[in-house]
Write a protein that binds this ligand. Structure first.
Ligand code: ADP
Ligand code: MG
Ligand code: ZN
Length: 497
């Protein structure tokens, strides 16, 4: 397969076939120590094999001890997705050989996951969408293989056990996703949820959130699922969307050619923009799961579960609903403010700094101009909530037009100078006071008798010319709406006289 598949119009295959996609997400839980030993999980940047002990090195005779916090974080995730939890569970050994798995088996959960049957709902460009979550279970991470060059230029693989035994949660979805966009959005929403409840830092680039998409196609109008291909190695949300879109087109081309698919695991290459064969897929029978004899079964008592549930913060979906219903924000603004923690903080702090200030314009400034300035800036950008509130007030009472306000926000973000001071220094305050504009209007009318005659004769454009003259006379500071009203009033009064 070449990149020809990617060059076709995106989504063309979706006219003939329906994609059926189930997503598996592995995420490193936010704990201080590893899953079954007391080694620290803070090994980022540390010397390889400096955070290890007999347990996470898989030495014979070493015994695992369960990390209570890790269990709590999976229970919290289960509560947050509305899943059910068994009264008791146990640990199972998943057996396979690979150099990153020193024991020759991974301690995992097979038929009694800590969370089962939940859902996750998120917005897409085609409206809200819900994916059923089959299960979330707890297991341990593997070591990391580092591929390098040996002294004689030969290719060698090194094993770093710092990651070995880090608590890992696997979240498996039902095959409910139908498009590449839904796949990306599901992963984004899960990341947001995990961060909100503090279960994981869930940074994809650091491998704390690993997304695998199981993709199959079926002809539109048919029920039976097709052969699935597992796609992995996507290291950004964009890659998830691109990989799934590519895989849909690739499979469609194979099916259209009269061939059939084989179960396989494929990797995604960002550089080539295509998936590639990694290995044929194991089935769960190959793992010879059996109960872990070195750990006791785990009882989840109701009070423990209730206290975990009681400590959950406001979840993203409820947060968005509150912003829409109670504050009148648009679905877009609500989604941005809930997903972007920094923007959300500025929004909340601005409202707190100015009681009574309307939320909607504040949201507009934050999701619009603030994010534009922040995302374009090379370094960190600081907007003072009280100053943003002052800016919103000046726009609301007509003292500042939008263009000037934008300029003021940019200047404030750059230097920290106060909004009032910037407005004064740059002479941006709009003249909205009819009395203040009166004398200028008088002068403009006197100096432009021809335009005045045109307006009187019913030529609508002529009033625009007169407003332009007022703007010119005030160096752009006049409020154009107020100026126009003042001109009309003058001319009407003149007519009556
Ligand atoms: P495995 O261990 O083989 O990865 P799991 O049960 O952990 O199996 O995960 C299987 C994933 O594949 C689930 O997300 C499931 O919804 C999805 N899936 C199962 N059958 C299909 C199919 N025919 N097409 C797409 N996804 C599928
Ligand atoms: Mg799996
Ligand atoms: Zn250890």
């Amino acid at each position: 397969m070449t990149t020809a598949g990617a060059a076709r119009p995106a989504g063309a295959a979706l006219e003939r076939y329906e994609a059926v996609i189930g997503i598996e997400v592995h995420c490193q839980l936010r704990t201080e120590s590893k899953m079954f030993c007391s080694c620290s999980t803070a090994y980022d940047g540390a010397r390889p094999n400096s955070h290890v002990c007999p347990v996470c090195l898989g030495l014979p005779g070493a015994l695992p001890v369960m990390n209570r916090r890790a269990v709590e974080l999976v229970l919290a995730t289960g509560a947050a997705i509305g899943a059910s939890t068994p009264d008791a569970t146990r640990w199972d050994r998943k057996n396979y050989f690979y150099p990153d798995l020193p024991k020759g088996y991974q301690i995992s959960q097979y038929d009694l996951p800590l969370a089962a049957a939940g859902t996750l709902t998120f917005d897409t460009s085609e409206g809200p969408f819900t994916v059923r979550i089959t299960r979330a279970h707890l297991e341990e991470d593997t070591a990391k293989l580092v591929h390098a060059e040996g002294p004689a230029g030969e290719r060698i693989s090194l094993v770093d056990f710092n990651r070995s035994g880090v608590p890992l949660m696997e979240v498996v979805s039902e095959p409910d996703v139908r498009t590449a966009e839904q796949a990306r959005r599901y992963a984004e929403e899960l990341q947001l949820l995990l961060r909100t409840i503090g279960a994981s830092d869930a940074d994809m680039e650091h491998g704390q959130l690993r997304v695998e998409a199981n993709v199959s196609l079926r002809r539109r109008g048919t029920e039976a699922f097709g052969t699935r291909v597992e796609v992995k190695n996507m290291n950004s949300f964009r890659s998830v969307e691109h990989a799934v879109a590519f895989e849909i087109e690739r499979q469609a081309a194979i099916l259209d050619g009269g061939e059939s698919l084989r179960m396989e695991t494929r990797g995604w290459s960002d550089e080539r923009g295509e998936t590639y064969h990694m290995r044929s897929k194991e089935t769960s029978d190959d793992y010879r799961y059996f109960p872990e004899p070195d750990l006791p079964p785990l009882r989840v008592d109701a009070a423990w579960l209730a206290s975990i549930r009681g400590e959950l913060p406001e979840l993203p979906a409820a947060h968005r609903t509150r912003y829409r219903d109670a504050l009148g924000l648009s679905a877009y603004d609500a989604a941005v403010l809930v997903a972007d923690a920094d923007a959300g903080r500025l929004f909340e702090a601005t409202l707190a700094a100015a009681p009574g200030l309307e939320a909607k314009p504040v949201a507009n400034w934050v999701t619009g101009d603030y994010l534009r300035i922040r995302n374009a800036a090379a370094g960190p950008v600081r907007v003072d909530p009280a100053e943003l509130a002052a800016l919103v007030r000046l726009v609301a009472d007509g003292s500042l037009n939008r263009t000037s306000a934008r300029q003021v926000l940019e200047a404030h973000a750059q230097s920290g100078e106060g909004v009032e001071a910037i407005v004064g220094r740059l002479g941006l305050r709009q003249i909205s006071d009819t009395a203040a504009l009166g004398a200028i209007v008088e002068d403009v009318l006197a100096a432009n008798p021809a335009a005045v005659a045109d307006v009187r004769a019913g030529k609508a454009q002529a009033i625009g010319f007169l407003v332009g003259q007022v703007m010119k006379a005030t160096r752009g500071q006049a409020n154009a709406t107020v100026a126009q009203a003042a001109i009309r009033e003058r001319l009407d009064a003149g007519e009556r006289a």
